[in-house]
Design a protein around this ligand. Sequence first.
Ligand code: AGP
Length: 591
Amino acid sequence: MCGIIGLIKLNESDSAIKDIVNGLRRLEYRGYDSWGYAALNGTNILLEKKIGRISEPSLNGQSAILIGHTRWATHGGVDEANAHPHLDCNGQIAVVHNGIIENYLELRERLIKEGHTFKSQTDSEVVSHLFEKEQGSLFDRAKRIAPLLKGSFSLVVISAAHKDEIVAIKNESPLAIGIADNEIIFASDPLAFIDKTNTTIFLTEGDIAFAKKTNNKISFEFFNYILNKSVDKEQIKLNWNASETNLGDYKHYMLKEIIEQPKVMQDGIDFDSAESLANEMRGKKVIAIACGTARHSAVIGKHIFHKIAKFSLDVMMAHEFVYFVDDLDKNTVILAVSQSGETADVMECVRKAKQRGIKVISIVNVPSSTLARESEKVFYTNCGPEIAVASTKAFSNQILAFYLIAHALQGNLKSQIINIKSVIDLLSQNMSYFDLKAREIAEYLKNKNHVYMLGRGVNFPIALEGALKLKEISYIHAEGMPAGELKHGTLALIEHGTPVILLCPTDYTYYDSISNGLETKARGAYLIGISDKPHPSFNMWVQLPQLDKENEIFYPLIETIPLQLIAYHTAVLLGRDVDKPRNLAKSVTVK
Ligand code: AGP
């Protein structure tokens, strides 16, 4: 987690501090406990650090070389001392860091013995002191320091004694370089500079990037400390549209991203990628690995693959799968599913699997992500940037990808597309109604401490996802469960007025699901039915459009949306910070 940014401009300007903070705002999704920046100003470093969300900078001054950081705390509490940038003993070198330096304690002890004074509890501060200790240009210092560090890190470093230089090091944590007119930007995500340029270089493991102002131009050089040699890096043009990140008339990104789903689903239909991934899977043992919402989509994918193609898909949480990866046989294919393509738990499995010669394919949203670049074949969900921490549109398009791949496996992709498109149309027609019903349900839920969501078969992982959405943005405890499991223990928690949301479209699970709903009702539950069919036991009902028997497997594309809206409106009624819920970050780049 954490977002880092570095900037080198050809000419000093008064607006450079505003520029770095604006770039930082676009990275705020990566962490928002605290933030800070450092700017070279003559022979001084101007430094400002603050707790909480990014606000206006309060320092002024000309600068051409700056770094910034937005933090999701790992080592050390949330306070100004632990916020980045971190300085050396003399306040001459400033460092921002994303990742975890695993051997920081031994480095720190050694540096303290040598007389260095530390001001924070972070793992990151060792880097500024290591740079202080070394001699030569920032490039030379970085080449000697990088091999000493263990763990995941992307770093950007500036120094008052090197007023024309900036250096960056990348290992495991992402780092991109944007090349604009008269300035170069280093950032955890190209989103930070996409309003200025789409010409990008992605650093890979072991890269050190050094930029310097000489003879009225900015030149740069690359060295890979793992390979121990200079390297050339390819510049690519990102096919991104900066306007996609605008909030428009919406109050929150989450609402915008929910409402735009029918359009985004249309954009997510990709025959070639579906066929290509299906080809990689045929005859193989396929294990999907993912975390959070992406894992829920993969569990839905398991049901879809079974129903449509009689294909068995294993699904595991990436952080648990890592304990199995050493024993995989070569007939296995890993299918990694991720919105960001940067989730550390996923990337750890991917790298370990690849080291064992296991093929990795993926379903990813961010085209420039590390996962996309490290996968053999990729299905891009094509949602555009998802800004809200709570994933919504990426989830829907991951499910869509599973439908398309399942039909490709079955060999009937082209003939099925008309059905999928008609389901998307139905969703579009029902969006305002879902929003209205979700507002009513949110009024009931807002004062409750516990909510249960139940479903069977393909509807069970939707219950998991609905509960996760409600938890993460409203902070109400919610549990998603297989409806059949309730009577094995959790039923004891149902009492008068306990909200139970029952996902029961008239598919192959309908009658059993209704029975389980009635069991909760008999114990006092307040039953909220999500179904195309009314039932006398429902205290509230969200009416789904009815799908034909042959299309019932597509209910997930529709029934997830009311749950997303229920979570959203409940969080709004409770006055929560919907797009940036407490303790979380969009991209989870630590283990
Ligand atoms: C979604 O609402 C969550 N914030 C979270 O569970 C997320 O899905 C998870 O961290 C995985 O992220 P990824 O898809 O970027 O890998």
